[in-house]
Design a protein around this ligand. Structure first.
Ligand code: SF4
Length: 494
């Protein structure tokens, strides 16, 4: 599903001179890809490599790519070419390409970019050790949770209809990724210590016609309940105070393990981990938000009253062509239900505008819906025509400038809503997680409240530390909102 812009990530502070192989990482795309990078860095560090933040110091460079839409693919190729220059310049001995682009263009990458020494798909993260020339992959554990136990019936049915087929993808491996890390897999966090992602599931069984993630990432599969809990406890012991659960669709969590309301059960269990203060999840599928999940959110203070539900559109006709279902009326009813069940709920969504066949009327319906729903956060993406996605074969494609006009217009509609909603927060008090000094100015700090998911939402700038002589990143404070902008807030510590 469409998400935030790519991030180039990572790593550890520079360390002393060492003879260990130095590995540098560029991590592109979404937090799910970031977790894959963290796992690969963990495996490499455990095997004795040193992770470096400076490409020019690296012996081995890894680019973990995104291939969700064309612009992400282009950005990935640019990053590979940029890193290839370090190899041409001499010091870097190996260039490895990992991630979704490998699942799509495995053969072409090596053919067209001769500087690339090895490729590592999303289902073979442990191969990073051999690719970097550091070690052989760890031996498989008997009864490993890396092995898919069973599919959801929807997944099996969609497989039969060819949803996961790569037959038309020249140069791609035919087999789908099956890998899933577990709590014993080493992971080197690229996020600040106080906030970590946990990937609770991988792959996706949904039929959305614009999306190739199921072909890229494989069938939906959940990590075992105990494995997620053990990882969360380990992260909490190491200093994490906020855990964000991610997956292509977190609301299906546990269905393949025979769990009913698996996400609600998992959140409730994580809310009992003493050191954690905030537990949240991203990427809910609209018709998978159950009453039980809402009850869990309402009942536990530690479960953030925050829901990210990508709706993609509001016109029933467009949603049908997207193979998603639903419509404005149904969505408004379910939003009302969510808000009734979880008071103070923060609601985020994303939309795709300019989908093939989207009429002016469909688009106006979407704008009307956005005005009525009053989301707290909204992302709008212009439709991107992906070869291999079912929507590629649809007629009535819209010209690029028109798609962009609609995207901008929708963001303008949301801007007014956001401004009004942020203004209503002035004078109110919240718990704030201080993230660190602001990049904007040395006089400002930045933080987030439970209404702000990491990296994706607006910011809270702190311009007054109140009674605190000093403030510390990673600590929680009480704050009062003193100013509101279109998307960001200004607050003072109390
Ligand atoms: S639900 Fe699955 S198929 Fe639909 S947009 Fe998200 S990842 Fe793609």
């Amino acid at each position: 599903m469409p998400e935030r812009e790519s991030t180039v990530g990572v790593l550890e502070p520079e360390t002393r001179k060492s003879t260990r192989t130095k590995v540098g990482f560029v991590s592109l795309g979404c937090p799910k890809n970031l977790v894959d990078s963290e796992v690969m860095m963990g495996l490499l560090a455990e095997a004795g490599a040193e992770i470096t933040a400076r490409a020019e110091d690296a012996d081995v460079l890894v680019v973990n790519t995104c291939s969700f839409i064309e612009s992400a693919q282009q950005e990935s190729v640019n990053a590979i070419l940029e890193m290839a220059q370090h190899k041409s310049a001499g010091r870097v001995k190996k260039l490895i390409v990992a991630g979704c682009l490998v699942e799509r263009y495995r053969a072409q990458i090596q053919q067209d970019i001769p500087e690339v020494d090895a490729v590592v798909g999303t289902g073979e993260l442990e191969q990073i050790l051999a690719a970097a020339g550091i070690a052989q992959p760890r031996a498989a554990v008997p009864h490993s949770p890396f092995t898919i136990l069973q599919s959801r019936p929807e997944g099996a049915a969609r497989a039969e209809k060819g949803r996961f087929s790569r037959a038309d993808w020249e140069g791609a491996a035919a087999s789908l990724p099956q890998y899933l890390y577990d709590e014993s897999t080493p992971r080197l966090l690229a996020t600040p210590r106080h906030s970590a992602y946990i990937k609770i599931a991988e792959g996706c069984d949904h039929p959305c016609s614009f999306c190739i993630i199921p072909q890229l990432r494989g069938k939906f599969r959940s990590r075992r309940f105990e494995s997620v809990v053990a990882e969360a406890e380990g992260l909490a012991r190491a200093g994490a105070r906020e855990i964000t659960l991610i997956g292509q669709d977190t609301t299906c969590y546990g269905e393949d393990l025979g769990l009913k309301d698996g996400l609600a059960l998992l959140l409730e269990r994580l809310a009992r981990v003493e050191e954690l203060r905030w537990v949240r999840f991203l990427y809910a599928y609209p018709n998978k938000i159950t009453g039980r999940l809402l009850e869990a959110m309402a009942a536990h203070e530690k479960i953030c009253s925050y829901m990210d539900v990508p709706l993609q559109h509001a016109s029933a006709a467009v949603l049908k062509r997207m193979q998603r279902g639903g419509g404005a009326e149904l969505f408004l009813r379910s939003i009302e239900k969510m808000r009734r069940a979880v008071p103070g709920l923060t609601l985020r969504t994303t939309f795709i505008v300019g989908f093939p066949g989207e009429t002016e009327r469909d688009f106006e319906e979407l704008c009307e819906f956005v005005r009525a729903a009053e989301f707290d956060w909204l992302g709008a993406f212009g439709y991107s025509d992906e070869e291999g996605a079912a929507a590629h074969a649809l007629d009535r494609k819209l010209p690029r400038p028109e798609i962009e006009r609609r995207r901008k217009h929708l963001m303008k509609v949301q801007q007014a809503i956001s401004r009004r909603k942020k203004k209503a927060l002035v004078g109110r008090e919240f718990e704030l997680l201080l993230e660190g000094e602001s990049e904007e100015s040395e006089w400002l700090w930045e933080g987030r409240t439970a209404m702000h998911a990491p990296e994706i939402d607006g910011k809270v700038y702190v311009n007054d530390l109140g009674r605190h002589a000093q403030a510390r990143a990673g600590e929680f404070y009480r704050c009062r909102v003193t100013e509101a902008h279109d998307y960001d807030l200004v607050a003072e510590l109390l």
